[in-house]
Design a protein around this ligand. Structure first.
Ligand SMILES: [Zn+2]
Length: 144
């Protein structure tokens, strides 16, 4: 279930269990370490192109192994947790849905639609990114 994966991912990010391993030239998280079940560790790589693209690897004694959570058209919850953590750090929040139609409906209340794709399969989701409120906007709302 997508909802379960999203909740699990959001919880991991909110508890600050995701570690940033590498950043891009703009300082945004590019490689992140995400805890999985049974004490396993996953490394998620995020690419920011027209869509967000993720790759997830389970770390084993023999080296990195592609995460199986990205089979069958899914985007694994480790990848989602990494994206949640990166968004949290940047001060953004977003909603997740698996259809463009739903994303468009959600975006009507204000939000930018961005696709999230797994580079390890056909899995893709849609994020509705809610704009960061500026301090000025808060002041305007209070005193405007
Ligand atoms: Zn994964």
């Amino acid at each position: 279930m997508l909802r379960e994966r999203v909740e699990k991912a959001r919880e991991i990010a909110e508890h600050e269990l995701v570690a940033v391993l590498k950043r891009d030239e703009e300082g945004r998280p590019k490689a992140l370490l995400v805890p999985g079940g049974e004490g396993k560790q996953y490394q998620v790589l995020i690419r920011r192109n027209a869509a967000f693209e993720t790759e997830c690897f389970l770390w084993t004694a023999l080296g990195p192994v592609p995460c199986r959570g990205n089979q069958n058209g899914h985007v694994c919850y480790h990848s989602l947790a990494a994206v949640f953590a990166a968004a949290r750090e940047a001060g953004f929040r977003f909603m997740v849905t698996d259809s463009l139609e739903n994303a468009e409906r959600l975006a009507r209340i204000g939000g930018e639609i961005k696709e999230l794709r797994s580079r390890q399969g056909s899995g893709h989701l849609f994020l509705v990114i809610l704009k960061k409120r500026s301090a000025q906007k808060d002041l305007d709302d209070l005193f405007g």
